[in-house]
Design a protein around this ligand. Structure first.
Ligand SMILES: [Zn+2]
Length: 498
């Protein structure tokens, strides 16, 4: 099948004839593959319904079967959703791009990237996913939430009034554009706030476009499983029409930050058995730079991240309903289902869950999701439907927001944080761990084969060995486990079977 979606391009797609010339190329090269042509073992940096984008490893440069997307020149690759392709004429001739359906792929430097976000949604710098399989964290998300009186009491301190304080403080800063001093001021505000709530607080420094930027991290160590980490995060930076115009960023994304900080405040005295990190990222509007750097660091440390809850644009209700969307992918399906269940148990919001096999780009959960961590994304509208009319403008002010909805999503995220980390929840089984020793390894394959041949007793509970989430234990689970252990397949699916 030919990729049917290629509409316009400001560059001729480089032909594979050029491949031979590329032996000495030192910068990353991305290729476009039709999905069925993806070489096994190559992890996509992005995958759509019909095509995938992948960094081409040097050993595959000689004879890969995809197409090069861009001229052979240094630069980073970015992806963004563009609903009005004609707007890209403004970029044409300056920044190479290719439009695949509504996804536009660009190749540029930080200065070029700074000019892109007003043409579309969700500017994301593509990052090379590491090929090493991650280790599943002990305990998957629980399957169903149930209203808990301790949690109800804990979240009751989150109100429209308390949420307004943070929204007002952050949006009163003239601009939180990542390149401005205002963003540094906001980073300090978050730092001071988390210190005041007794969190062990630190800056995570990184550089982009010649500017020093800082993620802010407040951590509470788990009492039982300190090695297992739950991340509650939002991006702190924002953007408006030009770098010289005010950028109050109330909805995008003081609203997400208010949820993170309100959750931190409510949660500060709540006992937890897993470690919880409250994080704000900078550099999001430049292509998810801060979260990409942090997720790469976490992965390099071999950290066990059990769940990432990313909140981006949650305070606007629009003319239709108080809707909340939750995005999940193949590693976070059960986490998304839990989020929807908690929202309906603890709030009166309507929830839509959106599941895609490959994660949705455009916000900071993506940086974790492409590295194999379960990561979900809360947003109050999805693009055309009920979309926020003041997105990325100087008119993105607190007056546009529905503070009752804002507080509700704050309570839901706080409840979910507690539910995932509460002491009496305790570690659950790890799916794929057929012999119950708390790890997924080759012994499980042997055990599973023994069980299927009738030599050893059934795994207890039976679904623990359901590695692919199919609701039964059979030979496919062996195949799934083997490919996971070889690093060519996704981690075992935990949670409710599908
Ligand atoms: Zn945002």
């Amino acid at each position: 099948m030919k990729i049917p979606l290629l509409l316009i391009s400001s560059v001729a797609i480089a032909s594979s004839v050029q491949v031979a010339e590329r032996a000495a190329i030192e910068y990353p090269v991305i290729a476009l593959y039709e999905n069925q042509d993806m070489p096994s073992g190559l992890q996509p940096a992005y995958a759509g319904l019909h095509y995938s984008l992948a960094f081409v490893p040097s050993e595959l440069l000689e004879d890969f079967r995809g197409e090069l997307l861009m001229p052979l020149s240094p630069g980073d690759y970015y992806i963004m959703r563009v609903a009005a392709p004609e707007s890209l004429m403004a970029v044409s001739g300056k920044i190479p791009f290719v439009l695949l359906g509504e996804d536009a792929i660009f190749k540029t430097d930080p200065a070029g990237a700074a000019t892109l976000s007003r043409f579309g949604w969700g500017l994301t710098r593509l990052s090379e996913p590491a090929t090493a399989p991650r280790t599943p964290a002990p305990g998957g998300p629980p399957m169903t939430a149930q209203v808990d009186s301790n949690i109800l009491e804990m979240i009751s301190v989150i109100t429209p009034q308390s949420s307004r304080l943070i929204l007002s403080d952050l949006s009163a800063i003239w601009s939180r554009n990542s390149y401005t001093q205002g963003c540094r001021q906001a980073e300090q505000y978050v730092f001071d706030y988390l210190v005041q709530q007794d969190y062990s607080t630190s800056f995570f420094n990184f550089q982009f476009g010649g500017v020093n930027m800082r993620n802010v991290i407040g951590e509470k160590l788990g009492e039982v499983h300190p090695e297992s980490i739950i991340i509650v995060c939002a991006h702190l930076d924002c953007i408006s029409e030009t770098p010289d115009s005010p950028a109050p960023g109330a909805e995008d994304n003081a609203s997400g930050c208010a949820v993170v900080l309100e959750t931190a405040r409510a949660f500060s005295q709540f006992p937890c058995d897993m470690t919880v990190r409250f994080i704000t990222f900078s550099g999001e509007e430049q292509g998810l730079i801060g979260s990409d750097q942090y997720a790469a660091y976490v992965q390099s440390q071999g950290a066990l991240v059990a769940a990432v809850l990313n909140v981006d644009m949650v305070g606007y209700s629009g003319p239709y309903a108080q809707d909340m969307y939750i995005f999940s992918d193949h590693n976070s399906y059960s986490l998304g289902a839990l989020g929807a269940s908690i929202i309906s148990d603890y709030t009166n919001l309507d929830t839509n869950t959106v599941y895609n096999y490959f994660p949705q780009y455009g916000s900071d959960h993506y940086s974790f999701a492409i590295r194999g961590y379960p990561a979900i994304f809360f947003i109050d509208a999805w693009l055309d439907y009920d979309w926020y009319p003041f997105y990325h403008t100087s008119a993105d002010t607190v007056g546009n927001l529905n503070l009752a909805q804002q507080a509700s999503i704050g309570r839901a995220v706080a409840a979910m944080t507690a539910f995932l980390s509460r002491p009496d929840f305790g570690p659950q089984y790890v799916a794929g761990d057929a012999n119950g020793d708390g790890a997924v390894n080759g012994i499980d394959v042997i055990y599973l084969v023994g069980y299927l041949k009738g030599f050893v007793p059934a795994p207890e509970p039976i679904l623990r060995a359901d590695a692919n989430g199919s609701c039964s234990v059979n030979g496919l689970d062996v195949v799934y486990l083997v490919s996971y252990l070889k690093g060519t397949g996704a981690p075992p699916f935990y949670g409710e079977c599908r």
